[in-house]
Ligand binder design. Structure first.
Ligand code: NAD
Length: 498
């Protein structure tokens, strides 16, 4: 195993991650598997896969915790605990940063700016939001004229299974755990098999912040036929919140159907941007580059289709290619690095298959399409070039399927209606970006897009109080603000005859 370089290359201490159950780290588990540093391909630490029995122990610990003080605390008291969690994440930001980078290979500038602060902010945001949980009160007319009063109570849903992907491990996990805890639930988290480190570090923070044992549990392992499936099918689980691929969402929904458990699904996307000729072109290019290449294109909201009004098409493509070429792959711990690797060898093979398909189908490769040169010690990593294509048919797999790499296809359009129809001609409906300086057009177009979020003259600008989620095959339900709290609580109507 290598040692730390000046710039802080992985240098992982050899260790084994197990589970976190009932407030304690445990080495329960069966098969051990290796995690890998995506920037070098080197093995980092081993993880023990939680079998059905271990997963059951975690769910039972969560159930027990629901009988304790947590579910009966006031929202204000739970909010205070959540704020302490946020403070402890911030105090231990360097450890979270290092764990996240070693798991994902993402550049330190990105993780320090986005993943870790958002991980903390999710807890403080939901500490506040849960104080504003309200129900409805109705006065009801009755035949005897004395009437009745209906009012609603909200109670925690119970044990929430939280199943997460690898692309934004801490951010997406806390985005679910924070509202679940704010509402008084207990959680059993299954991080991605590729990126378990920050979920386990968060377990330490939970103890430091005074979260009662069993309220936050972590089980590690794979999905189908493994920990993920054991968890989803466990009868002690009251609801499943999942972020990941659409095909996995289908499997999870089927698993949760036994026992009639609700699901909240944040799934894949094939997001588009529309660039009108009246836009601020420099801003549109910079925003589109960010949305296509951030986190090496491994963002569910990422733009993989760009439609540009014909008058500015050539100029846009040329400017976007310059932005792509300016990205710097390199040591993720070096602040000058702006492009990390893909998550795994398997994912790079998938992205490369799409690169080959694009060429076979006659795409013009404007830039990229290969593996970038990197320093000797990084050559075993899963590097890939930011890639831009033009010239493909709308029916091409490249324009229909989620690639999840640093790539986009740019196509010209002539009419506003045409652009809207092309954006909507997708099985997915997660997000879209519209670039225009024409206010009426911005509102008109946004209202017609079949997505859960439209950004106008921006991308990934998030107010945590706003709803977030996908239409069509991009998901079911909305997270964010009070919208998410509906999933984490159950409404109970009380009707009083006066
Ligand atoms: P994935 O679906 O392969 O895995 C996600 C998680 O599900 C992992 O923890 C995995 O172990 C688990 N899992 C897999 N099969 C399971 C099963 N049958 N039962 C229970 N659990 C199972 O996704 P990924 O490759 O980790 O992440 C990339 C995908 O996530 C992309 O499609 C991306 O668009 C999507 N994503 C969506 C959003 C969003 O908010 N809509 C955000 C981030 C990522």
């Amino acid at each position: 195993m290598h040692t730390a370089s000046q710039t802080g290359t992985a240098a992982p201490a050899r260790r084994t991650l197990g589970q976190f159950i009932g407030g304690e780290a445990t080495h329960r588990g069966t098969r051990a598997y290796e995690c890998v540093y995506p920037a070098t391909g080197e093995s980092t630490y081993e993880v023990l896969e939680a079998d059905a029995e271990t997963t059951d122990a975690a769910v039972r610990a969560a159930r027990r915790a629901l009988g304790g003080p947590w579910a009966h605390m006031t929202a204000a008291d739970r909010g205070a605990v959540l704020r302490r969690i946020a403070e402890r994440i911030t105090a231990r930001a360097d450890e979270f940063l290092r764990a996240e980078i070693i798991d994902t290979g993402k550049p330190v500038g990105l993780a320090a700016h986005l993943d870790i602060p958002r991980g903390a902010a999710n807890f403080s945001a939901f500490a506040d939001l849960a104080q504003h949980l309200s129900g409805e009160t109705l006065t009801t007319h009755t035949a005897d004229r004395r009437g009745a009063l209906n009012y609603s109570l909200r109670r925690p849903r119970g044990v929430i299974a939280v199943i997460c992907p690898w692309n934004l491990p801490l951010l997406l996990l806390t985005w679910k755990v924070a509202p679940a805890l704010a509402c008084g639930n207990a959680v059993v988290v299954k991080p991605s098999e590729e990126t378990p480190a920050t979920a386990m570090l968060l377990a330490e923070v939970m103890n430091e912040a005074g979260v009662p044992p069993g309220v936050y549990n972590v089980v590690n392992g794979f999905g189908q036929g493994s920990t993920g499936e054991h968890l989803v099918r466990h009868p002690g689980v009251s609801g499943v919140t999942f972020t990941g691929e659409t095909s996995t969402g289908t499997a999870i929904m089927k698993g949760a159907a036994d026992g009639i458990r609700p699901v909240s699904l944040e799934l894949g996307g094939k997001n588009a941007a529309i660039v009108f000729a009246d836009c601020d072109l420099q801003r549109a290019v910079a925003g589109s580059a960010r949305s296509a290449f951030l986190n090496c294109g491994q963002v569910c909201l990422g733009t993989e289709r760009v439609y540009v009004e014909r008058a500015v098409f050539d100029e846009f493509v040329e400017m976007l290619a310059r932005e792509a070429a300016a990205l710097r792959p390199g040591d993720p711990f070096d602040p000058a690095t702006t492009l990390g690797p893909l998550i795994s060898a398997g994912h790079r093979e998938k992205v490369q298959r799409y690169f080959a398909l694009a060429r076979r189908q006659g795409a013009r490769v404007v830039t990229g399409g290969g593996i970038p040169p990197v320093a000797e010690r990084l050559r075993g990593g899963y590097w890939i070039e930011p890639t831009i294509w033009t010239g493909l048919e709308e029916t091409s797999d490249i324009l229909q399927q989620e690639i999840f790499g640093p790539c986009c296809h740019v196509a010209p359009f002539d009419e506003e209606d045409e652009a809207i129809n092309r954006v909507n001609a997708s099985d997915y409906g997660l997000a879209a970006a519209v670039w225009t300086e024409n206010l009426s057009r911005a509102h008109r177009v946004a209202a017609r897009l079949e997505v859960g979020t439209t950004w106008v003259n921006s991308w990934f600008l998030r107010d945590l109080r706003a709803s977030f989620g996908g239409s069509k095959r991009s998901g079911i339900g909305r997270e964010g603000g009070v919208h998410g709290l509906d999933f984490y609580t159950e409404t109970h109507n009380v009707c009083i005859k006066l």
